[in-house]
Design a protein around this ligand. Sequence first.
Ligand SMILES: Nc1ncnc2c1ncn2[C@@H]1O[C@H](COP(=O)(O)OP(=O)(O)OP(=O)(O)O)[C@@H](O)[C@H]1O
Length: 250
Amino acid sequence: MIRLENVNKAFGDLKVLNDISITFESGKTNLIIGQSGSGKTVLLKSIIGLHDVDNGAIYYNDRNFTELNHKGKKEIRKEMGMVFQGGALFDSLNVKENVKFPLDMFSTMSEKEKNKRVEFCLDRVNIKNANHLFPAEISGGMQKRVAIARAIALNPKYLFCDEPNSGLDPVTAIVIDNLIQEITKEFNMTTIINTHDMNSVMEIGEKILFISKGYKAWEGNKDQIFNTKNQALNDFVFASDLFKNIKKST
Ligand SMILES: Nc1ncnc2c1ncn2[C@@H]1O[C@H](COP(=O)(O)OP(=O)(O)OP(=O)(O)O)[C@@H](O)[C@H]1O
């Protein structure tokens, strides 16, 4: 569980996050949605400690992350896995080496244990016989799977995904969304996903935070989102004719 209490963040005079409070639950896919520039990335970066917040608190279960010193934050960071936009694989490392990288950096496992863990993670994301291929030699969907395998290599309690299905065709995007949801449940992680993909909202929006101009404008789930009376959320969700028509027909 990750809990935010009255989180504020400004860059100079620009107030980007205003008093955001919410609980992201474990074993669930928690989505942050909002228009471009609404503050999603700044919020995600604040949660993982890449930005210091100006005031407010961020709890990882009962640990107040914002109050911890460098060493304390580092301990919690070991429990975080990340899937960056575009996958962010190392081009010069093959699939196996990419997934093994965090184990080499941060674990005390033996070589045999690391290899076993890499095999487990790649198997879990359904990548087979690709250990020696380089990122440029595999499809976008496979790259995302490798990025997910790498993110779960250290068995994280918390998983952060920034636009995990950007650049994928709609079918592959849903497969990746479902994979993230499955592993979230299987390993009981608290998963937070930044997205503007309405298909993701419909598929895996178990808990949704909608931010508008840096404010929390709504929270709920995928079943509630289509019946909301919130004007800003309606404008966002039903921006396309397709979704307007879906709403009319339900
Ligand atoms: N390091 C920074 N310094 C100054 N301003 C910043 C910084 N990072 C973000 N901002 C500003 O904060 C606001 C929110 O940006 P943010 O990247 O969080 O939006 P977003 O919702 O993630 O948008 P997108 O969906 O396009 O990625 C923007 O006005 C942006 O210019």
